[in-house]
Design a protein around this ligand. Structure first.
Ligand SMILES: [Zn+2]
Ligand SMILES: [Zn+2]
Length: 170
């Protein structure tokens, strides 16, 4: 299934200080429910896209690292805190956090790991009621104010970000 995924893929952190490109097809894209992944991403599970190191390039900035065990480390943006990477440095592959791709739809997971840590309410997530869109119900006009002041990097590579902030055009 993953063999049909188109490459290259691009992505980065929320603030745009770190950007990366992937020129190989991710393999064994997976959910990981383990307790360490829960903590790293601040959510019920991580979605990790392993890619061959030869096809992974940091195109802007520098990844910061937390050595989470003697064998593994976790990469993030030092400026905005976005979790970016899980890796075993000795491995041929590096695990990219799927939500940081510019188009996460292009990296669907195929298996789940770490199921001993899976939250009890995981099975009910898809059945939860929900609004069609963020702030669909918006009596205080939050969404236009958020949109007008949004500092999140756009979902594509750009030359308009410089260390310390944005230039006028973005
Ligand atoms: Zn950042
Ligand atoms: Zn994990």
């Amino acid at each position: 299934m993953t063999e049909t995924l188109p490459v290259p893929l691009t992505g980065g952190c929320q603030c745009g200080a770190v950007r990366y490109g992937v020129t190989v097809v991710p393999e064994d894209v997976h959910l990981c429910h383990c307790r360490m992944c829960q903590k790293q991403v601040g959510g019920p599970f991580a979605v990790i896209a392993p890619v061959d190191r030869a096809g992974f390039t940091v195109t802007r900035g520098t990844i910061a690292w937390f050595q989470s065990s003697a064998l593994a480390r976790r990469g993030f943006c030092r400026d905005c805190g976005t979790p970016l990477i899980f890796e075993y440095p000795a491995s041929t592959h590096i695990g990219v956090m799927a939500g940081t791709f510019d188009e996460p739809d292009r990296v669907p997971p195929v298996i789940q790991y770490g199921n001993e840590g899976r939250v009890a309410w995981y099975a009910h997530i898809a059945a939860l009621p929900g609004l069609e869109a963020t702030y669909e119900d918006d009596p205080n006009a939050m969404l236009p104010r958020i949109s007008a002041s949004n500092r999140q990097h756009p979902d594509h590579d750009t030359d308009h970000w410089v260390p310390g902030g944005w230039t006028a055009e973005r």
